[in-house]
Write a protein that binds this ligand. Sequence first.
Ligand code: NAP
Length: 330
Amino acid sequence: MPIILLTGASGVVGQALLEHLTGHTVICLTHRRPVTGPNVLGLRGDLTAPLFGLDPDEYDDLAARVDAIVHCAAVTGFSIGQEATRDLNVRGTSQVVELARRTGAPLHHVSTAFVDRQGRDTGSTARPDVYLASKRAAERLIRESGVPATIIRPSVVIGDSVTGRIAEFQGLHGIAGAILRNALPLVPLRPEARIDFVPQDLVGRTIAELVRSGETGGEHWITAGPAALTAGRMVELALEVGRDLGLRLDTPRLVSQDMVDRLIRPVFIDPLPARQRRRFDDMLAMTALFRTPEPFACTCVPLRAAELEAAFAASLRYYAHAKRLAEVVA
Ligand SMILES: NC(=O)c1ccc[n+]([C@@H]2O[C@H](COP(=O)([O-])OP(=O)(O)OC[C@H]3O[C@@H](n4cnc5c(N)ncnc54)[C@H](OP(=O)(O)O)[C@@H]3O)[C@@H](O)[C@H]2O)c1
């Protein structure tokens, strides 16, 4: 059985993937959060440091053992700053490329479907454009390196399609969570905007199959593609799930970003205290990524709308229980 090096194993994608690599020995290069498992060999390191922060013997030993590399580690937050984002996402990736070159092991690089989209600088602390520029730069350096490498582009990853479980709540959970808390009177999205998300088990399974297939090239899109739900349907579902859980929820209004800028911001947002205004602008920076009406490409097993709806509902229920929203009502 080939030995796989996995970076970012403690993250959302890394955890989802590990569940599908049970038959393999997986060396998990971990940074702050340790990862354990019967088939896991933990190796503490830092991708931003020379030789991953390992001593030369440890690095040589790693290079001698690895048969395939899956590179998931990245700065994924939008508010971390340009320097730190580039440090891990670009310079860290170039170090992973160097290991791939030295070992000859195929590299599976996890990028994002959103390299296709433009971020919008809303003047907030959240800068998706900085994140996306770093992901494009990482893809470019992999293509130019000539090492055998696949580029994997998931859209937004939500929880497991049945249980909703996820290692960490990220952006879309934040918006859905605000709806479940009845704290979001308006959502800065057109009702017909396509919100492309995929459950984490599809992501884990697809990457594991790619590793096992021995594939050494190509762009692999793990997305809902044309089946992606609309923002209107997503909000409806959040309300349905929340009300089923006994939460009292008002129906938020979906508004275009243009309407926010022209009518809503001057009257309702500008007068808010700085912290609330920043939170709103951070959300706006994220929802701006969903402006483009064209669906993403999709090269994975296509999901049907009903499957996406069921997966989204599972994620919402998991979130509501994890945050004890349902208990508050009971
Ligand atoms: N989640 C999504 O919705 C989504 C969608 C599309 C694409 N992606 C892509 O998928 C990949 C994984 O994303 P994710 O959401 O799983 O990330 P995540 O949950 O934010 O986890 C980030 C991972 O990077 C590791 N890391 C951070 N700094 C490090 C360093 N200096 N050296 C080594 N490792 C370091 C973290 O380890 P510690 O926990 O130990 O700090 C963690 O395992 C990324 O490339 C991301 O761009 C994610």
